[in-house]
Design a protein around this ligand. Sequence first.
Ligand code: G6P
Length: 612
Amino acid sequence: MCGIVGYVGKRNSLPIILDGLKRMEYRGYDSAGVSIINSENKIINFKKAGKVDEMSKSIDKDIFSGNIGIGHTRWATHGIPNDCNAHPHFDMDDNIVIVHNGIIENYKQIKSKLADEGYTFKTETDTEVLANLINYYFKQTGEFEKAVRLALTDVNGTYGIACLCASEPDKMIIARNGSPLLIGIGNDETIVSSDASAVINHTRNVVYLEEGDMAIIKENGFKMKTIYDERIFREAKEIDFLIESIEKGGYDHFMLKEICEQPDSIQNTYRGRINFDTGITKLGGLESVFDKMLNAKRFIITACGTAWHAGLVGEYMLEQYCKVPVEVEYASEFRYRRPIINPDDVVILISQSGETADTLAALREAKKYGATTIGVVNVIGSTIAREVDAGTYVHAGPEIGVASTKAFTSQVMSLALITLMLAAEKKTISKDSLKEIATELKSLPGKIQNMIDIRNEYKKVAELFKDSRNFLYLGRGINFPVALEGALKLKEISYIHAEGYPAAEMKHGPIALIDENMPVVFIAPKDRIYEKVISNIEEVRARSGKIIVIATDDDKDIGSYADHILRVPRSSALFAPILNVIPLQFLSYYMAVARGCNVDQPRNLAKSVTVE
Ligand code: G6P
């Protein structure tokens, strides 16, 4: 959520900052801006509502030149997205300039105290208040570093910041509390960013800031401290992905690329973790807590958005195959409703980014009560991955499209692997079933590829419904969360209202919505509740709803019930959600394209929500 980039070195910082902002735009894209210290040691600033490209086109590149600079792409929290509220923000003397991710919760109190001291403000943002608080301490101490430090000890809330000071033009100061930041170590240059994708073009060598860390960056390198002035040293790590993985590679959109990558991303999730002869699964990252998992009285899965849907699939898997009770909670609710958590509970946190504020807070809440915490995370080295007791990376690779696709299927795959590992040890699954599942797993990437190859079939159906105002998605059992995910994908990128429901629950309310204008997507694989779903289809047909069915290849009867059929390969219940969601991803993608929507940057959304 929001992207920060900064440069200190010998090159002109502007092109590096603009390239970094462009690469991070999936984090927020309602306005963008840049501040640079020029050769006369003056801070020049330009910011604009809209996408990075608009800002980039309007900026006067002849004037904007200098070796130290910061930039920001915004997802509005305080103040509407306009030129004025865009970052960077100055203090009232135009001496200090700052870019900020996160929320300063006590900004109103600080603002009124500063106002009493004669400070004035031009914007509605919490960030401008922080800039002026730094100014306040700078006036008292005459030292930029000390001023930043003192200001940060006054604020409550979350921040990742980068700031410059015209009175001390040789340095940039950055700090982190709850909002990710990293330092890319280049040759005679340092590139700072909230996201490795903005740095990878220049260096693979990075230092991740931890909570309460600060860094003072100059042309000849950087030193790190805590905000309480203790010297610290953090080891550099290598970025684990290639630049090609964050580029579109010939696809029209990142979302399409990521949908089509799923044969590979799924393999990357299970590669080296399962023995295909025996079905025995080993997740090295969970070994240290495996006994706790075996003896757990209860699993709690908590996450947000798409990751929460993966958690619901996990609930079905763990309960059915491991015979252990599971609860699934929205992380945002979990953190505030004073949940009853026991030390023998295992709490699984699922997060693509590993930075979602609510999921991180849920993790900290669970730790407070002594529960064992496990991460199912995509981004390596992210905060959640670092703070959990143990974890398993889903290895889906960078996901740039705001609507999550391959991360979802890899999250579900990770939960399937956890399920198999536990079930084998608990002996709640037979050896033969384990072998069968392992054999089936081998065929999964090929089955996904088959669906990708027939995507035009899905596209034709999508285009027929592009003008629909509403959609219902219905599924039962392990496919109910798939219905939720299908509806979420459609809402996110097409702005068509959609609801996911358990198919049988439809008659307790949503059935009132059904008429000849209501398309209803049924997920109806030939499994043990197939007949029940068919009855639900009949109920919709009787009311003239338009019926689209996700049906398995071998289902010859479905034609008499459905207006449109989206075919999927048959599989065991464990992997069915992974296959069944793919036509739904295509359906939403092609509908959004047909409606002329910005698929990779849907309005109001952000890829990683690092504020509450
Ligand atoms: C945002 C994204 C969703 C994502 C959710 C959780 O809302 O737009 O796609 O599912 O955050 O993100 P996480 O990174 O924790 O999986």
